[in-house]
Every structure is written in C-alpha cells, then in structure tokens.
Design a protein around this ligand. Structure first.
Ligand code: AKB
Length: 309
C-alpha cells in the first residue's frame, strides 16, 4: 500500500485529493500536509494523520517522510496565476525552491513525486488550438515561468537521479466543494456560485475567450491514475496535457441558463486576467496522455453543470 504525503492539503485541489487518496489507499496511509495558518479542519483533520509541511523547510519534509515512511509525495504548494503576479519572489520561493527541497528529499528517500504544471506553462507563441504535448513554452507570467521550470526540474531529477517524477498540466479546475483563490480561470467557478445564490454574474473575462477547464472529479482521477500508471508505458513525464472541457464565458453562461433561465451575466473585463487568459491555449491536445496512461475524462459541460448546480 502506498504511503502518501499531500503537501498543500488544505488548498482547492489538495483537500479533495486528500479525500480521494484516503478513500483509495486508507486514511492512515495519507498524511495531510499543511502550513502554519492553514491547518486542516473538520473531516480533513479527523480522518487521518496530518503534519506541518512547509516546502521551504527541507528538514521538516524529510522528517515527515521518515516518520510516516512516505513513498509518494503530491506537491501542490504554489501560488495561482493572478496572485503570483503581485508576489513573484514568493511564487518562485514556494514553486521552485520548494520543489528543489522536495526533489532532494525524494532522491534520498526513494519517493515518487507529483508536482502539477498548468495551462499557464504556455505563452503567446504557443499554438493555441490543439496545443501539442511538446511545443513552444515561453510564458510571460511568473506563474508560467515557474511552471515550465517545475516541468524541467522534475524531468531533470528523473533523468539524472531516477526520481519517479510525473505530472499533468491542469486546466482551470472547477469544484463546488472548495473555492479556488487567485487564478485566471476562477471565473468558471464563481459563475456557478453566483447562479446558485441567484446573483447576477459580473464576468472578468471577455466574451469569446476560450480556455481549457476540467471538473474536479476528473482532475483528481488524472492525478491518481497517472501515479498508478505503468512506468514502462510513459514516454513523457513532466507534464502531460490533459484536456476535458474548453469553453468561453458565454458558453458556460448558456449551459447554466438552461437550468436557471433567470440567471444574468454582464462583462467587466479585468485587464490582468484577460491578458493572462489570452496567452493560454484555447484547447490542448491530450493524445499522449490518452495513449500512455489511458487518460479519459468523464464529464462534459452539461453533466458538470447539472452536478455543480
Ligand atoms: C489559474 O488560473 O491560475 C489556475 C491554472 C489554470 O493554473 N487555475
């Protein structure tokens, strides 16, 4: 049975990933890592072990790995795209210096490491439609720069030291359980919250702006399935394109309106979010993930919308 440490277990993806991992591998085998000020609460704190796991403190990570005999680390420590632009040094410290610390611990203790990349790892010069797995990655945000570095550093540790590093490039993740914070794709979550509350939605992203999105259960399935995949089949490692949904604001608005005809939306475009969104793909080509580890999402826009509402 795997022994897993989830770093960033109280974040948007972290809390739901910890739940799925505990259901899959047993509560006692999944340690919920957190940082001071963001301690786990409720079921997360009660259902299994937890430990302070600050990626900027390598000794702290090594101690947890030794104490719980961890063999797999899910490293979700990162600032999202919009917030990272206002704190670039911190984004680097957590995303890259932190990853370095984790990879060193993993090398010493033989752990596998999953550190997600993102659609943010692409930039304006990347082909926008059916973005290939291997393509130009010249992002201009610090989020993107750190995600490309994450991919390269993870590949470096695999090629040089044999550390079992694997990752996906997450689209915008949509969930009704934990709201995100500070991302460019957050509008696609906020729109559902507004619809359920019966409020008009003010959309910060321009009509016609396509971005890849994914429903949380599919995002979690990707993270678990990739770490379970047969390494002999993996030609790529860091990181796989995974596509699921690709839509613009007016499309998700129309999908919600089908169930809530009274729902209203108007645009008030945020220039920072818009410029980031325009530098990201319209839709990724995920054929490598499909071929190498049988990636296949389960939700489309309509089934997600029903579930969200
Ligand atoms: C963000 O918008 O920052 C994230 C992402 C797509 O990486 N949700």
């Amino acid at each position: 049975m795997k022994k897993i440490l989830v770093i960033g277990s109280t974040g948007q993806i972290g809390s739901e990933l910890t739940k799925v991992l505990r259901e899959t591998y047993g509560n006692e085998n999944v340690v919920a890592g957190y940082i001071k000020g963001a301690e786990p609460k409720g079921w997360l704190a009660e259902s299994g072990p937890m430990a302070e796991a600050d990626v900027t403190n390598p000794q702290m990570i090594a101690d947890i790995v030794k104490q719980y005999q961890i063999d797999t680390i899910y490293n979700l420590a990162a600032l999202l795209s919009v917030v990272a632009e206002s704190k670039p040094r911190l984004a680097w410290k957590i995303g890259i210096d932190g990853l370095w610390n984790i990879l060193e611990v993993a090398r010493e203790h033989g752990c596998a490491v999953f550190t997600p990349s993102s659609i943010g790892s692409f930039g304006l010069s990347t082909p926008k439609m059916m973005t290939p797995q291997d393509t130009i990655q010249r992002p201009r945000t610090i989020y993107g720069v750190s995600k490309v570095t994450t991919e390269l550093l993870s590949d470096y540790y695999f090629n040089k030291y044999g550390v079992d590093t694997r990752a996906v490039r997450f689209p915008g993740v949509i969930s009704y359980v934990t709201p995100p914070g500070g991302g460019t794709t957050d509008y696609a979550v906020d729109i559902y919250y507004n619809a359920v509350r019966g409020d008009k939605f003010i959309c910060p992203i321009k009509e016609g702006t396509l971005m890849d999105m994914i429903y949380m259960p599919d995002a979690l399935k990707a993270a678990v399935d990739l770490m379970e995949a047969d390494p002999a089949r993996l030609k790529h490692r860091n990181a796989f394109n995974i596509a699921s949904l690709s839509f613009a604001p007016e499309t998700v608005f129309a999908a919600i309106k089908k169930y809530k005809p009274e729902f209203e939306m108007e645009y008030d475009v945020d220039p920072l979010k818009q410029s980031i969104a325009e530098s990201w793909p319209d839709r990724m080509d995920d054929s490598c993930a499909r071929e190498e580890w049988d990636w296949c999402p389960r939700y489309d826009l309509d089934s997600m919308t029903k579930d969200m509402l």
